[in-house]
Structure formats: structure tokens, C-alpha cells
Write a protein that binds this ligand. Structure first.
Ligand code: ASP
Length: 316
């Protein structure tokens, strides 16, 4: 049994961290791994384990998912999430939701309790309420730190506009848009893989923008025939590169190992296009890969009770 998680990639460097903040992140990652692993140990499925692990991170304001989600340009929190079952290749996703406490549970409900794969906005929220998921006031997702981040980004953008004069010249740099998407992949005792991802998206996003996290094949993919993958990074690039599926396809059609396939996509193909970010992945044998092309990525794995390993920076 194996569980791997991420809490987002980006310019995560020691210089910008306090020891307290770093300890808080490590502790939360360990808690999520312990929770997910206990589900696996009790005979739970890989799907149940990743929902348990992701819910812990969604409930924490440290990560850009659930509580702690980044803000849109209009000052709202709009979340995306998806989940995929490697055994059946069934999948579920929600996009642009504003009042579902744990969007990953809504993705699971779409997969298990509807005929559809993806639901967006008000419809997804209506469905979530109907199936009995916890609905909260959108104000629940507000955190001051994320709100200040938005103000800073908007100010920077205005200064750039004043300087450059037209919108086309705005730099779309992932590192300015703040990270913290969460995800999990798991292999259970029945030999089944699953993957899930949940995010507030990119700070300052506009016009109903949806990222890669709820797109099956881009931000999330699982097939027992290859691997389970969850991504974090600049969504526009991850969608165009069909990142998660590409890793699985390289294994399936080119017989690459998990780490070869993940490295090929994250460290070569994405780097060549300018797509900053990383992935976590696990295969049927319990091999794991956690490559990222940014300065850091919150990440960790567990393969035995009490033996969670968590990492933040590149040098770890
Ligand atoms: N991939 C997410 C998105 O583009 C953001 C992130 O992972 O930081 O919405």
C-alpha cells in the first residue's frame, strides 16, 4: 500500500519561510498522509484514502484548496477538483464551485452518484446539496493572507499596465500567481490505483477560468494499466500538454518506467514550453515519482504505518 500527496509547487524557498511556517506545513502533510494511510490499513480503497488525505489539506488554510483557496480577480473563491478510479477508469470532477466545503467529495459524488464526469458552477453546487454534501457560506473560504496576495498581484499588474500600456504584454508568470493546489495518488491492498486533485486555481484568475485540476488527463489521471498521477502547476500549460495522461501513455505505449515517464513530461516537455510545476505519481508496483521543475513542491509519501516522509525544497 502506498500513498503520495502534494500541496502545490512553486517558488518555495527556505529564505521566504519561517521555521514555524515550515513546521506547520510539514505537520499538516504528515497528518494528511497518516489519515489516508489509516484508511488503506483498515481495508479502505485507494479512492477513499485520497479523499481522506485531500480533505485534511482542503480544511487547512495553508493550502490553495478548500479553505485557503486563492481569490479570483473579482475577490471570490472558485474551486476545481477531480478524482479518477484506476480500476474502472471512472472519473468525476467539479469546476468553479463556491460553496462546497470539500470539493473533492463533490468530485467523488459526481463519479459515483451521477451519469456525468464533470459538473460546473451552480449546477455542481445544486447536485452537491442534493446528495447531502456539506455546503458552507462562501465567506468560509476567505483567508486574509490569500486576500492580501490578490491585492499585491493586482497592484503589480496595474503598475505593469501603466508601464507597458497594453494588456497583451502582461507577463503570465506562474510564480506570481501563488501555489498550494493539493493532490493525492494511492495504491491499495487490492492492487487498485486512484488519483485526485483539488485547487482554488490561480490567484487573480478571470472570467470563469478553469485550470487543469478538474480536467481528466491534464491534472488528474489513473489507470491500473499504467499509473495514477496528480499535478500542480500553471494549469494552462498542463492542459495543453495533457500532462497526467501523457505520463501514463509513455508507460503504456513506450514501456517507460514511472520515473522515466514522469521526468520526461515534467523536466523536459513542460520545461521546453515554460510550464512551471510538478506531479506526484504511483504505479501498480508501488513505485513512486515526485518530479517538479520549480524551486519547491510540498510533497510526501507513506508506505508503512508511522513512516511518513515529507519534503518541501529541491535539495531534500
Ligand atoms: N494547477 C492549478 C491551476 O492551474 C494551480 C496550481 O497547481 O498551483 O489551477
Amino acid at each position: 500500500m502506498t500513498l503520495v500527496i502534494h500541496g502545490g509547487a512553486g517558488t518555495i524557498v527556505k529564505e521566504n519561510m519561517t521555521p514555524e511556517k515550515e513546521a506547520a506545513y510539514r505537520q499538516k502533510l504528515e497528518e494528511a498522509l497518516a489519515k489516508g494511510y489509516s484508511v488503506l490499513e483498515k481495508g479502505g480503497t485507494s479512492l477513499e484514502a485520497i479523499v481522506a488525505a485531500i480533505s485534511i489539506m482542503e480544511d487547512s488554510p495553508l493550502f490553495n484548496a478548500g479553505k485557503g483557496s486563492v481569490f479570483t480577480n473579482e475577490g471570490k473563491n472558485e474551486m476545481d477538483a477531480s478524482i479518477m478510479d484506476g480500476k474502472t477508469t471512472m472519473a468525476g470532477a467539479v469546476a468553479g464551485v463556491t460553496n462546497i466545503k470539500n470539493p473533492i467529495t463533490a468530485a467523488m459524488a459526481v463519479m459515483n452518484q451521477s451519469k456525468h464526469v464533470m459538473m460546473a458552477g451552480a449546477g455542481a453546487e445544486k447536485f452537491a446539496k442534493q446528495v447531502g454534501l456539506e455546503i458552507v457560506d462562501p465567506a468560509y473560504f476567505h483567508t486574509d493572507s490569500r486576500y492580501h496576495q490578490l491585492q499585491k498581484i493586482i497592484k503589480k499588474e496595474e503598475m505593469q499596465l501603466d508601464h507597458d500600456g497594453d494588456q497583451g504584454s502582461l507577463k503570465n508568470n506562474y510564480n506570481d500567481y501563488k501555489y498550494g493546489t493539493v493532490g493525492a495518488v494511492a495504491l491499495d491492498q487490492y492492487g487498485n490505483l486512484a488519483a485526485g486533485t483539488s485547487t482554488g486555481g490561480m490567484s487573480n484568475k478571470r472570467y470563469g477560468r478553469i485550470g487543469d485540476a478538474p480536467i481528466i488527463g491534464a491534472g488528474t489521471y489513473a489507470s491500473n494499466k499504467a499509473c495514477a498521477v496528480s499535478a500542480t502547476g500553471h494549469g494552462e500549460y498542463f492542459i495543453r500538454s495533457v500532462v497526467a495522461y501523457d505520463i501514463a501513455a509513455l508507460m503504456k505505449y513506450k514501456n517507460l518506467s514511472l520515473s522515466q515517464a514522469a521526468d520526461e513530461v515534467v523536466m523536459k516537455k513542460l520545461v521546453a514550453t515554460g510550464g512551471g510545476g510538478g506531479v506526484i505519481a504511483v504505479d501498480k508496483k508501488g513505485n513512486i515519482a515526485m518530479p517538479f521543475n520549480t524551486a519547491g513542491m510540498y510533497r510526501g509519501y507513506i508506505k508503512a504505518k508511522g513512516k511518513a516522509k515529507v519534503f518541501i525544497y529541491k535539495e531534500e
